[in-house]
Structures are given as structure tokens and as C-alpha cells.
Write a protein that binds this ligand. Structure first.
Ligand code: FPP
Length: 240
């Protein structure tokens, strides 16, 4: 399969980030894990600004995985409240910057108030076209793929689809991300070398950039470093 958006310029069109290390950042400072997440929200704000300045068109952030529901109740509740506050508070700023907010994942799993805030922000910023900020919430790439396969199988059973016509483009069109190009650059903070069930299909040809910086310390300058490293890569998409 050809990637949907071969980058022909040094600035990635789509950046995806696994924001990791909030807990370790907090522990290192003798603080509560939630303090790390709060500081992480500041990093989000800074990165959105950085992406706008660079001309990045899509920024997808792994904010909460389906596995994260297993964390202690107080941490999950605190994170949901933080998301709710952040989303509500940031609408005017996102709007002023021309940012369109979107979300992927099992959004029906979110607490009603978080979901309400999210839906309001998505509606309020729907007209913007400078940067699409996609929050992955209650997200699992395997679940996303399984749901897509289930839908395709259903259509085939009902005779709406010839199984021979199933190809990579068709599967892509059934994923939550069907409206976005595949990421050009994946950044993971805190030095971990894992995908952690994030965009497994979409990252097939993506360039990876791992930094030991913990997410709460990640700022525009770190983003520029990652983009600079990306701009020096040779992308061949399986060719030579
Ligand atoms: C991973 O660090 C981070 C998360 C599970 C949550 C990410 C959430 C934020 C950055 C909060 C703000 C987000 C938005 C979109 C406003 P970890 O807790 O797993 O860190 P550790 O591996 O050091 O324990």
C-alpha cells in the first residue's frame, strides 16, 4: 500500500505524539502523579503553538488509552477532570489559532461531563482549517482495527461488498482516522521504545523520533529538534 501522504517537504504534515513520562516527572519532584499530568497539559499547549508556527496540518496526541482505565480510580478521575478543564478553557485560544479539535477512540466510555466538554469544543472549532488537533481518548489501535474488520465482514455478508475488493485503502477508510493522512513523524517522550497500541496501521511508514525528555518538560524547542531530525531523514516508503 502506498502511504496516503508522502511528505515532499521538510515539515511533517502530520505529527503523532505518545506523551509519556508524566508519572516519572512527578515522582522525580516528590509530587503526585496528577501534578505530572497537569504539567503535561502545558506541554500540549506549547506543542500546539509550535505546530501552528511550523505549518503542521495534523497533530494527534495519545492522551488516554483503553489500558489506562486500569489505573487507580483517583488518577483516572483526575485525568478526566483535567481533560475537561483543559478542553473548556482552551477553546478561545484554539479558535484564535485556527485549530480544529477532533477526537478518536471509544468516546462513549468517557464520563458524560468530559464527553460533553469535548463535543462542545469539537463543534465550536469545526470551522477552523489551520491545524487539526486529534485527541486519542480511550483509544486502542487493535480495537479500532477489529471494529473496522467487523464492519467490512458485515458488509460482505450482506452482499454489499465483494471480499476480493477488500484492500488496504478500504480498510483505512473504515478506521477512526479515515479523514486524516497517515502520520509522517511519531514522537515518543521518556525514552520508551514501544508503540503501546497506538496507530499500529497508520504508522507503517512513519519516521520515529524517541527522546529521553519527559513529556511535562517537552516544549516548542524539543518539537523543533524532532522536526529538524525528521527533515534529515530519507523516506523511501519501501523503495530505494
Ligand atoms: C503517560 O504518562 C501520560 C498519560 C497516560 C496521560 C497523558 C495526558 C496528559 C499529557 C494530560 C493532558 C492532555 C491533554 C490533551 C490536555 P504516564 O502517566 O504513563 O507516565 P509514567 O510512564 O512516567 O508513569
Amino acid at each position: 500500500m502506498f502511504p496516503k501522504s508522502p511528505a515532499t517537504r521538510p515539515v511533517p504534515r502530520h505529527i503523532a505524539i505518545i506523551m509519556d513520562g508524566n508519572g516519572r516527572w512527578a515522582r522525580g519532584k516528590g509530587l503526585e502523579r496528577l501534578n505530572g499530568h497537569e504539567r503535561g497539559a502545558e506541554a500540549v499547549r506549547d506543542c500546539v503553538k509550535g505546530c501552528r508556527e511550523l505549518g503542521v496540518e495534523y497533530l494527534t496526541l495519545y492522551a488516554f488509552s483503553t489500558e489506562n482505565w486500569q489505573r487507580p480510580k483517583a488518577e483516572v478521575a483526575g485525568l478526566m477532570k483535567l481533560l475537561e478543564r483543559f478542553i473548556g478553557k482552551e477553546i478561545p485560544e484554539l479558535d484564535a489559532q485556527g485549530v480544529r479539535l477532533q477526537a478518536i477512540g471509544k468516546l462513549e466510555d468517557l464520563p458524560a461531563s468530559t464527553r460533553k466538554a469535548l463535543e462542545a469544543a469539537i463543534a465550536a472549532t469545526a470551522h477552523n482549517d489551520k491545524l487539526t488537533l486529534v485527541l486519542a481518548l480511550s483509544y486502542s489501535s487493535r480495537v479500532e482495527i477489529v471494529e473496522a474488520v467487523r464492519e467490512i465482514a458485515r458488509e460482505a455478508r450482506e452482499g454489499k461488498l465483494d471480499p476480493e475488493a477488500i484492500d488496504a485503502a478500504l480498510l483505512s477508510s473504515r478506521l477512526y482516522t479515515c479523514a486524516y493522512p497517515d502520520p509522517d513523524l511519531l514522537i515518543r517522550t521518556s525514552g520508551e521504545m514501544r508503540l503501546s497500541n497506538f496507530l499500529l496501521w497508520q504508522l507503517s511508514y512513519t519516521e520515529f523520533y524517541i527522546t529521553s525528555t519527559l513529556w511535562p518538560d517537552f516544549r516548542k524547542g524539543d518539537l523543533l529538534e524532532a522536526v529538524d531530525a525528521y527533515s534529515k531523514r530519507q523516506r523511501r516508503f519501501g523503495g530505494i
